[in-house]
Design a protein around this ligand. Structure first.
Ligand code: HEC
Length: 145
């Protein structure tokens, strides 16, 4: 198997693992307070942007001098052109885009990288709702302040 094919396979497997991680978190529930009527009052937990970021952190550090992992460090990515980090090998597909990462672009990317940039190397699929995607992206932007 070629080096590229092997890398793609590893990225795919990682993506599947993180995906499973995220889905199991989505199933968690908070509290089981019993209301006075005796009816259980179980509310699904809303994950914070930081918690949602655990789906990304295996491949992307986000601290100021974090090392690149399978994907590039994301510190300060807001308002930067795509594929512009030093020392990262990007796909031709992402390199060729004229995307500048802002809030709407990042939301589109986390909802479906492949739809935005066909043939990207970020083989990561999720089941984020649009609201979760917004919360996640707000965390990424604020983590760079
Ligand atoms: C399995 C590893 C993996 C996971 C999980 C992953 N990414 Fe990525 N990401 C990559 C790779 C690889 C690239 C480079 C893609 C390319 O070159 O086409 C990338 C690129 C990016 C970029 C563009 C960076 C740049 O310099 O232009 C952003 C933004 C990004 N990812 C955000 C996220 C977010 C947010 C999540 C979590 C929802 C996430 N990624 C999950 C591997 C991953």
């Amino acid at each position: 198997m070629s080096y590229k094919a092997r890398s793609a396979l590893i990225i795919l497997i990682l993506g599947i693992c993180f995906d499973i991680n995220l889905s199991s978190q989505e199933l968690s529930f908070q509290g089981n307070d019993i209301e006075e009527s005796g009816a259980p009052n179980v509310k699904p937990t809303l994950l914070t942007g930081e918690q949602l970021y655990t789906a990304c952190s295996g491949c992307h550090s986000i601290s100021v001098d974090g090392a690149h992992r399978v994907g590039p460090n994301l510190y300060g990515i807001n308002q930067q052109p795509a594929a512009s980090r030093q020392g990262v090998a990007y796909s031709d597909a992402l390199t060729a885009t004229k995307i500048v990462w802002d809030r709407p672009a990042l939301i589109g990317w986390v909802l479906s990288a492949e739809a935005m940039v066909p043939n990207t190397w970020m083989l990561y699929h999720n089941h984020l709702s649009p609201i979760e995607a917004e919360r996640l992206v707000d965390y990424i932007i604020s983590a760079s302040d």
